[in-house]
Design a protein around this ligand. Structure first.
Ligand code: SF4
Ligand code: F3S
Length: 106
């Protein structure tokens, strides 16, 4: 499966959802997640993310391992998203900022 990592938080560009052939992205207030049981590992979304926030499960950086479980957990409770929308207003300012996990809204 693929996993949405920390740099999506407070950016949420949503380019990723447009290319997913199985529509397995789920949307929270300031973050998106991938449903691990629905993702077919096509890898199409990874290069689409302007924030480079998407990883193959086996390439998730060590300090973002918690996001594997976080994607699985939140994909069960958040609604599906299949169409691109505007990024969050301060997306450019937050792109690349470290330690964004504390800003995750549920
Ligand atoms: Fe969707 Fe493919 Fe990305 Fe999985 S790897 S979330 S199936 S676009
Ligand atoms: Fe997030 Fe990148 Fe998609 S910022 S919403 S994973 S395009």
């Amino acid at each position: 499966t693929f996993v949405v990592g920390e740099n999506c938080i407070k950016c949420k560009y949503t380019d990723c959802v447009e290319v997913c052939p199985v529509d397995c992205f789920y949307e929270g207030p300031n973050f998106l997640v991938i449903h691990p049981d629905e993702c077919i590992d096509c890898a199409l979304c990874e290069p689409e993310c302007p924030a480079n926030a998407i990883y193959s499960e086996d390439e998730v950086p060590e300090n973002q391992i918690a996001f594997v479980e976080l994607n699985a957990e939140l994909a069960e409770v958040w609604p599906n998203i299949t169409e691109q929308k505007d990024p969050l207003p301060d997306a450019e300012e937050w792109d690349g900022v470290e330690g964004k996990l504390e800003h995750l809204e549920r």
